[in-house]
Design a protein around this ligand. Structure first.
Ligand SMILES: [Zn+2]
Length: 170
């Protein structure tokens, strides 16, 4: 889940305020977001804030659009390929039992994919990630671990996706 999707103020009507994901992309572009992983041709990839699921990433569509079906089909396909590349990178970095992909956007109607690794040691592994209380899933990694994980994910995305600009280059 993104920092601004905590639910606070969510009742105010998403259309009445600026898009939090567009703002986040601007922070990534400016080099001001510590959990930036990679800029891909159709998306920005960040490490998510629920690192109970170590390796969890969010894939943000580069352009503001509220629904996948409203994207030009070629762009939607390319975004899908990038989301799959992120899943593969997470799998290679963390060797999970299973990956979960979710595209919700109820709080931030700007297309983004949550890509979660699920692990054997998780007693709630059969349930959706959101069932786990927010206080338990929103774990921050120790800083050196966080940086190393971002570098590992970034290196794999650079290997997989032509045109990728990754955290190491910024
Ligand atoms: Zn947006």
């Amino acid at each position: 889940m993104l920092p601004h999707e905590s639910g606070e103020g969510a009742g105010g009507g998403a259309t009445a305020r600026p898009c939090g994901i567009c703002a986040l992309i601007e922070r990534c572009r400016a080099g001001e977001f510590a959990d930036f992983v990679a800029e891909l041709p159709h998306s920005f990839v960040i490490l998510g804030d629920a690192q109970f699921y170590r390796g969890y990433c969010v894939v943000l569509a580069r352009r503001h659009v509220s629904e996948i079906h409203l994207m030009p089909p070629a762009d939607a396909s390319a975004l899908f390929d990038e989301m799959v590349a992120v899943g593969r990178a997470i799998a290679l970095a963390t060797w999970p039992l299973k990956l979960n992909y979710e595209c919700l956007g109820n709080l931030e109607p700007h297309v983004h994919w949550h890509v979660f690794p699920r692990f054997e040691a998780d007693a709630m592994r059969a349930a959706p990630v959101w069932i786990r209380p927010e206080a338990e899933r929103k774990v921050a990694l120790e800083d050196s671990d966080r940086r190393a994980l971002i570098q590992t994910l970034a290196a794999e995305l650079r290997r997989q996706v032509s045109g990728a600009r990754v955290a190491t280059e910024r």
